[in-house]
Design a protein around this ligand. Structure first.
Ligand SMILES: Cc1cc2nc3c(=O)[nH]c(=O)nc-3n(C[C@H](O)[C@H](O)[C@H](O)COP(=O)(O)OP(=O)(O)OC[C@H]3O[C@@H](n4cnc5c(N)ncnc54)[C@H](O)[C@@H]3O)c2cc1C
Length: 452
């Protein structure tokens, strides 16, 4: 709508020119250049070939169609959570042309969008002392947050398991990704893969701009749900796990906690870097997080339960000022697909601290109560499909070790390793399964990672 037309509409509605001016001013972004593009544009019927699905004999059939190649890159990281973030930076810093695709409009995945704010397992207990296992890119991020007021707590030297503010984390992740020269594509959803002779050659994505292909020499699947390796036909396991919805409360510093305790409210959640805000972790039923009906049902049920609880809190003496700040934009999906890698790391191996010649990262302890555990390269490598790696919560571990592997700290370190391995494979002109392990370990150490 043009300015002249808006003025006319407001005047016809009995609203004066002053309001019309204010409305326009409120909507104009500060300092934005005046657009030369007409505000209303007629799109004529297209003569370009279209390939709509066809309903024929009761079956919906998608016709064969050529796909425009939007982009070509050396390393393609799909999913910008904790693992994808470190993978993309590691690959770019190792000299690979790197692209990161993320379905939402921010980085961090469950850590930021899921509002899971407590970074667990940053340290292990070695000879009675706390020892930091998250080093390199993950630690660099935590250290940068440490320098911003209100961005992170419990990050003093020697302390473990910090809690970060999700907005600060998103902004610092944006900065670091940009500085590393990673090409980021937000708001696109990878829906399929491009294969050539049994090896991965890229992905197919959907966005508001339609369906496109992105080609790559190596793809790192950090979707958390193994969307890429599943589409490529890689062997994997699928697991049901408690699905929650994290939320945050505001004004908790104005609550009378003693009164609330008397009334049966024992906790107002966990501390965040913002004094008046807490976050509340939630466990829900173990259902299939790949089933959209289940996800929809849970989203609605959790939201209602959270709302009712907070309303009850506000009616209780001592809790009147507390309010629901927000529920996480992302449902709390803990685990879905786990890759069947060339090495399945077991809980037993981890607790024995078994050493591997191909260690690419080191795991910590949830409450720094046990020693570190080396993580071998094979947990990231599919058994058969080439040009593909995974990292983060879909890495290959047995059922008991999932609880450790899916924590943010392990996602940061395995992501770092996968990105470095992908870049090294590109540089060496070999498949990820053939990379020279001592060279990979040297690259990781040069990038500040800890390998035990
Ligand atoms: C409720 C809950 C509480 C938890 N509590 C803690 C805790 O206190 N401390 C802790 O350390 N850990 C905790 N965890 C675990 C931890 O938060 C996650 O396992 C970890 O953050 C996962 O990181 P990731 O990078 O592997 O995956 P994700 O964070 O899931 O990132 C995957 C990214 O890929 C994107 N993506 C997915 N599919 C596609 C696609 N097809 N195309 C494009 N993009 C895609 C997603 O949008 C997302 O950004 C918790 C998890 C949950 C669910």
């Amino acid at each position: 709508m043009t300015r002249r037309r808006l003025m006319g509409v407001l005047a016809a509605a009995g609203l004066g020119p002053a309001l019309a001016r204010r409305t326009i001013a409120d909507e104009a972004p500060a300092g934005a250049a005046k657009s030369a593009v007409p505000e209303l544009k007629l799109i004529p019927s297209s003569t370009a070939p279209r390939y709509p699905a066809v309903l024929s004999d009761g079956q919906v059939v998608q016709p064969q169609r050529p796909l425009p190649v939007m982009h070509q890159t050396d390393v393609l990281v799909v999913g910008g959570g904790a693992a994808g973030f470190t993978a993309a930076i590691a690959a770019a810093r190792a000299g690979a042309k790197t692209t990161l695709i993320e379905r939402y409009g921010y980085l961090g995945g469950l850590w930021t969008g899921g509002q899971v704010l407590l970074v667990i397992s940053t340290h292990a207990k070695q000879n009675g002392q706390l020892k930091k296992v998250v080093r390199g890119i993950g630690d660099e991020l935590l250290e940068r947050l440490n320098k911003i007021d209100g961005a992170i707590i419990n990050q003093a030297p020697g302390k473990h398991n910090p809690t970060s503010d999700p907005e600060a984390t998103k902004v610092v992740m944006d900065d670091m990704i940009r500085e590393a020269g990673v090409n980021v594509l937000f708001h696109c959803w990878v829906v399929d893969v491009v294969m050539e002779a049994g090896a991965l050659r890229g992905v197919v994505l959907e966005s508001k701009a339609g369906r496109h292909a992105v080609l790559a020499k190596v793809v790192v699947d950090t979707t958390g749900d193994g969307d890429v390796f599943a589409a490529a036909g890689a062997e994997h396991e699928q697991r049901l796990h408690a699905i929650g919805l994290v939320h945050r409360l505001g004004n908790v510093d104005r609550a009378d906690k003693a009164k609330l305790k008397e009334a049966g409210f024992s906790s107002l959640g966990s501390a965040t870097p913002l004094q008046s805000v807490t976050w509340i972790n939630l466990r829900g039923p173990s259902t299939n997080a790949l089933d959209i009906a289940d996800l929809t049902r849970l989203e609605i049920a959790h939201r209602r339960a959270i709302w009712d609880r907070v309303q009850k809190l506000r009616r209780t003496p001592g809790g009147e000022q507390v309010f629901l700040l927000d529920s996480a934009p992302q449902l709390g999906v803990r685990t879905t697909r786990i890759l069947a890698g060339t090495h399945q790391l077991t809980f037993k191996e981890s607790r024995e601290g078994k050493k591997f010649s191909d260690t690419i990262a080191v795991g910590g302890a949830q409450n720094a109560q046990h020693p570190e555990w080396p993580i071998p390269y094979g947990v990231l490598l599919p058994k058969k499909i080439d040009n593909l790696l995974t990292a983060g919560r879909s890495s290959c571990v047995d059922e008991k070790l999932i609880e450790d592997m899916r924590l943010i700290a392990s996602c940061l370190t395995t992501g770092h390793a996968a990105g470095a391995a992908a870049a090294l494979a590109v540089r060496s002109g070999c498949k990820p399964r053939d990379v020279d392990i001592p060279k990979l370990q040297k690259l990781l150490l040069d990038q500040g990672a800890y390998l035990g």
